[in-house]
Design a protein around this ligand. Structure first.
Ligand code: ACO
Length: 319
């Protein structure tokens, strides 16, 4: 049994917030933000949330795949900013699109969530349990950042991306993904949000990040996991057409490219337009590449995520 990404979709709030806009609310500048992160603007929700963005992205992915929502048997939403603790966001999407009876689950693995979700959905399909799955990364990051903290609020944006993954009987199509997925809970304190003990005392708990630790972690672990995946697949860096990394920061992507000795042309990015949309960043970029016909059948691509947990991982697949 093989699997195939048969459709992609994405969605972002209409409201564009530039670096200059942010400079009006915190002590920052376009020059500081752009030179350190590569971010020019981000989309910030006004009346959207993770559920509405996920629903929009899912509908577009289904339309792109020409798959009926009723044929979806599994919905996975990777999010750290769900509408509710329960019901999960996948159930919200299920109800909105009419995927009656599908198994619905949210994954909390921050910016690595989409990679984890894709791998889990693929395993379900390989096992024969399901034939069609929706995997969505959706974030309402603007609801969890402290808008008074310039060191974090400038980095994030809202959005969602989705793929439809399907079993394919024809052996000449599709892929068997090769994945290397990891976590290191002992470094969890580097990137945190939502301490329930604080919330229960009515204290606010916003997103906290030790930026330099995250930077060091990402530029070490992402190349390692890419190398690990290639060794497992018995392939070389030059066999890979594109490396689609979590869009946290252009300097992380550039450092990874340099460590791997690969040209930046192989690392598509859209962080300038969306900022860091956490679990949504990889599927949003994948959708852009798909809709612009940049990805060709047979292209080998590696998706790499990294974030809170700390968690990281890479998946090699064939378009
Ligand atoms: N505007 C202006 N000045 C700022 C801002 C801002 N938005 N934010 C911080 N500063 C100031 C700091 O106060 C500090 O001033 P000081 O020297 O007077 O104390 C100075 O800039 C330098 O601050 P640093 O935190 O040392 O800045 P650094 O060069 O490390 O850059 C950054 C910060 C961009 C966050 C960097 O650490 C980084 O890229 N980290 C990677 C983390 C990341 O991208 N995380 C994304 C979320 S996690 C994820 O997706 C996995």
């Amino acid at each position: 049994m093989k699997t195939k990404i048969v459709g992609t979709g994405s969605s972002a709030p209409q409201n564009v917030v530039t670096n200059d806009d942010l400079a009006k609310i915190v002590d920052t500048s376009d020059e500081w933000i752009y030179s350190r992160t590569g971010i020019k603007q981000r989309r910030i929700a006004t009346d959207e949330n993770a559920g509405t963005l996920a629903t929009d992205a899912a509908k577009r992915a289904l339309e792109n795949a020409k798959v009926d929502a009723q044929d979806i048997e599994l919905i996975i939403v990777a999010t750290t900013s769900p509408d509710y603790t329960f019901p999960n966001t996948a159930s919200v999407v299920q109800s909105n699109i009419g995927a009656v009876g599908a198994m619905c689950v949210d994954i909390s693995a921050a910016c690595t969530g989409f990679i984890y979700g894709l791998s889990m959905a693929e395993a379900y399909i390989q096992s024969g349990q399901f034939k069609k799955a929706l995997i969505i990364g959706a974030e309402y990051m603007s609801s969890i950042v402290n808008w008074k903290d310039r060191s974090t609020c400038v980095l994030f944006g809202d959005g969602a991306g989705a793929v439809v993954l399907a079993a394919v009987e024809d052996e000449t199509e599709g892929f068997r993904a090769v994945s290397c997925l990891h976590s290191d809970g002992s470094k969890g304190h580097v990137l945190t949000y939502g301490d329930r003990a604080k919330l229960s005392k009515n204290e606010q708990d916003f997103l906290y990040m030790d930026g330099q630790e995250v930077f060091k972690f990402a530029v070490k672990k992402v190349p390692e996991s890419i190398t690990e995946v290639l060794e497992k697949a018995d392939m070389k860096l030059d066999d890979v057409k594109y490396f689609i990394l979590h869009q946290a920061n252009i300097r992380i992507i550039e450092a990874v490219a340099k460590r791997l000795g690969q040209e930046m042309e192989k690392f598509p990015t859209n962080v300038a337009n969306y900022g860091n949309t956490s679990a949504a960043s990889i599927p949003i970029l994948l959708d852009e590449l798909n809709r612009n016909n940049i990805l060709k059948r047979g292209d080998k691509i590696i998706l790499s995520g990294f974030g809170a947990g700390l968690s990281w991982g890479s998946t090699l697949l064939e378009w």
